[in-house]
Ligand binder design. Sequence first.
Ligand code: PMP
Length: 510
Amino acid sequence: VRELPSSFRSYTWAPSDREIAALGGIDPSEVLRFDANVPAYPPLAVRPSAVAGAVATVNTYPHGGYQELVTAIARYAGVDPKNVVLGAGSDDLILLVARSFGGPGGRIDIANDPTYPMFDIARALAGAERVTGPPELTFFCRPNNPTGEESPLPAARPLVVDEAYFEYSKDTVADRLDDDIIVLRTFSKAFGLAGARVGYALAAPDVAAELNRRQSPAPVSTLSAALALAALETPPDVTPELEERARLEEGLQVLGFSPLPSVTNFVYVPVTDPPALRDSLYSRGLAVRAVPGGVRISVRDELDDDVLLAALAAITSGAAPAPARNRARRVRRARATAETRIAVTLQLDGGGSVHIATGSGLYDHFLEQLGFHAGFDATVSGSGDRETGSHHTVEDTAITFGETLDRALGDRSGIARYGDAVVAMDDALATAAVDLGGRAWAEIDIHPDPGLAVHSLTSLAQAARMTLHVTASGSDAHHVAEASFKAVGRALKKAISRSGASIPSTKGIL
Ligand code: PMP
């Protein structure tokens, strides 16, 4: 191989979920990552069926390239397809532009400091020098990672403007491609497809043609192209993330931190010893990025961000560290089948804050009642093949919720185990009895059933490994089902309540 300069440092990954979990003594699924600037969930529009066609033809190449995706990207970005260059994430395009403009002995400048390390890695791999003298190419990150700020465009040309966080800042120079500007964008951030590795460059037609000539023939997989196309059908609404960023910033300020103003989905927080703070959070199962002069924290959602704020509060007040295990009754789980994709977060010791949005409105409402009356904090998001009716979505939501409940209960020591409730609702009367002893059994008698109430509660009981008896009747099917879900919630509230530390069985094991 050609020698690299001795100063070369390749990209270093943060530790894996498994490594961080080992530090905190928790399950890898409980690790919360605030270090990758990606949304907490994949986009709703993206579900397994989006890749079904690509799987069916995975034996073949994308002959002729990805014209459909290129056209959709051009439409989204407000440019012509001739302006578009595809890449395996914008990292691939950073490497492509660096080697296209700056070969061995060439000159590449990087306008921000600190900034995204891949610019300098790509420069060194191309063999180019970090300039003195007019550069052949300048990288500029806007908004900048890791500081989250947006500074004025430098005068240097040609200029690569990395707009990985454009969807958050909503500020672009994609209308200035004729001014010797190349824009880099990605599906990894606001679009929530980091694992798919799809990015694109926007450039003047002659520059784009030259870059395409030097790009590999199929830089993204057919599966990834299908995911990106599906995501483009409903471009992301980042309003909730931006609102949550404001809440997180306030929380950090209350703790005495001074996060820099950000136009992105992350905040830069100056601290005196970034690695020490990062390591302290690692030991609690929380990953943030240590960067020069501070830590970079990605916004997740209210539930997760509050876990981070609580950990930071414990660290800064010098209070005894809350062991990561304290989160044991708080679990997230995602499940994808050929028909649906459902993600659940569940905190057993919550305050009844429950948000369910799978598109099956009636059963979302019933499950919300169950969670509220059980005293959970829960979110369920997902989507399914509702064109086939509600059946798959309702069933998979109940299964995923049940599996999450099973996990949150851990080894089931220290709980009451049994619970029951009677709930009246106008014409309807429902009784529910629960045993969390670990055996899955459902005796559900609901008359009239609005359609899927029996099936949903049966699936829930099986996945949660609980015995569930429900009897409900009345004249209005909606009331009967709603009273049933409420009764199950109330019975669960009793069954999960803390009661000593032992396993609640004379057998000593559940
Ligand atoms: N540019 C910037 C500024 C980034 O922060 C990142 C990812 N952290 C990337 C590019 C790489 O994104 P991709 O996943 O598209 O390679």
